[in-house]
Design a binder for this molecule. Structure first.
Ligand SMILES: Cc1cc2nc3c(=O)[nH]c(=O)nc-3n(C[C@H](O)[C@H](O)[C@H](O)COP(=O)(O)O)c2cc1C
Length: 192
């Protein structure tokens, strides 16, 4: 059966991560997409178009949507990117928007809830909220790509982060960003 995911896009920089996630996820899964008002502003600032994906779109104030209920069973939620405000609401259990409500429900129902944070530097409140959200069951990620796959363009960096999120959601993908290893010195224990 086709998997179903909820993707929240909140008002942090890095909307391009959400765009790439949607490109890949909508190929093989059903996507319920919530975009906050701040995310729409930042998408426009960053020149990223979020309309036109094969997804079910919700506005962030649609608290009566079926995805707001615990009886709606999905295969995971990811907030990409996740603002410090949305993180704070989730950490405090304040479900005043559809994104934070679905996150709250995902945590209580023990479903995957990934938060891709973007801020720099972090203050104590951010750090404490990360720990609280982690302890409640969320997976904290930061939009911080590695460089060992020798990125040549921005899309290589974006793919590095998106691949990690997809791995955690259990979604197959063909993004080639894994570590190949340096196994020259490795040998079987029976070999001399
Ligand atoms: C251009 C722009 C970039 C922003 N980037 C970030 C960011 O990277 N991280 C963050 O936590 N907030 C950022 N903000 C602030 C949030 O958008 C703001 O706190 C907003 O209320 C978040 O609302 P939401 O979480 O409901 O989307 C940015 C705001 C603007 C206008």
């Amino acid at each position: 059966m086709e998997k179903e995911f909820v993707i929240g896009i909140s008002g942090a920089s890095g909307i391009i991560y959400a765009h790439r996630m949607l490109e890949i996820l909508t190929r093989s899964a059903q996507v319920h997409l919530i975009i906050s008002d701040a995310a729409r502003i930042i998408a426009s600032v960053e020149g990223v178009e979020l309309e036109g994906f094969d997804a079910c779109y919700y506005s962030n104030d649609m608290l009566t949507a079926k995805i707001a209920s615990g009886s709606f069973r999905h295969d995971g939620m990811a907030i990409v990117p996740c603002s410090m405000k949305t993180l704070a609401s989730i950490a405090a259990g304040i479900s005043e928007s559809l994104i934070t409500r679905v996150a709250d429900v995902s945590l209580k129902e023990r479903r995957r809830c990934i938060l891709l944070l973007r801020e720099m530097p972090f203050n104590r409140i951010h750090l404490r909220n990360m720990l609280d959200a982690n302890d409640a069951g969320a997976t904290i990620m930061v939009a911080s790509p590695g460089f060992y796959h020798r990125p040549e363009q921005i899309s290589d960096l974006v793919d590095m982060v998106v691949a990690r999120i997809l791995n955690h959601l259990g979604v197959n993908h063909d993004l080639e960003v894994g570590w190949e290893g340096m196994d020259e010195g490795a040998h079987r224990s029976t070999e001399k």
